[in-house]
Ligand binder design. Sequence first.
Ligand SMILES: NC(=O)c1ccc[n+]([C@@H]2O[C@H](COP(=O)([O-])OP(=O)(O)OC[C@H]3O[C@@H](n4cnc5c(N)ncnc54)[C@H](OP(=O)(O)O)[C@@H]3O)[C@@H](O)[C@H]2O)c1
Length: 252
Amino acid sequence: MSEHTTHQKVALVTGANKGLGRATAEQLAALGMTVLIGARDPQRGEEAAAAIGGDVHAVTLDVTGPATIHEAAKQVEERFGHLDVLVNNAGITGSGQVSPQDAVDQIPSSVELDMVRAVFETNVFGVIAVTNAMLPLLRRSPAPRIVNVSSHAASLAITSDPDGPLTNLPSSAAYTPSKAALNSLTVQYANELRKDGFLVNAAAPGFVDTDSNNHSGHLTPAQGAEILVHLATLGADGPTGGFFSADGPVPW
Ligand SMILES: NC(=O)c1ccc[n+]([C@@H]2O[C@H](COP(=O)([O-])OP(=O)(O)OC[C@H]3O[C@@H](n4cnc5c(N)ncnc54)[C@H](OP(=O)(O)O)[C@@H]3O)[C@@H](O)[C@H]2O)c1
């Protein structure tokens, strides 16, 4: 790229039709980026893009659907030619829209294995599938950034502390291990891509008021999105292979 060419930054946020993803999309657009709202339901995606306005476009993307992932990557290539930011935000709890205290269907000794599989399919395998499909486009960015939306629940240091802040929650064999696996993946991608200038980090947004916890969270989506946006816009001297909340590094 010539020094005189301006590079318009393009960001893709998965699961961006609502909740944290949508707030992240809104903030990235406000920073002047072209933002692609990944949504598995095209209509919900279009509605969110229209509501945000500006240079924001919907892309149909089900992170568990190889055909839509492939088609989304093709569309991004044809319309924009490259990608600078990928926020792997799409995720499910597995228990539906309940507050974490009520997620008793993931208790390890009685969990349905199919639920564990479904959660890993979205929260872990979906991230690998989307990331790998988008990597050729990210490699065309002068400063590629990948943000994996994790959770404080992913922290083995926090969850293994019997006096820790999450001890009141039911044990989980699905959501919590899926986010711990996502943290491990974050480090593995960061290690592989460090030499290519990628910064790959995991974010813990905090307890955010969204459908996923039946609106029991105490932070607004805009507040929760701040650390995602920070990690999506890191300068060249920023960290890679880390795990961060708005308060700083989160123990693994
Ligand atoms: N809220 C919190 O307190 C909290 C805390 C820690 C981490 N997180 C994480 O933050 C992320 C966003 O969650 P949220 O709280 O904003 O929940 P949310 O409001 O339920 O949003 C989840 C988003 O993911 C999308 N999604 C789910 N499965 C998908 C799939 N297979 N393909 C594409 N999109 C899919 C949903 O699309 P539909 O509208 O089509 O269902 C929706 O857009 C998740 O990874 C979650 O684990 C949230």
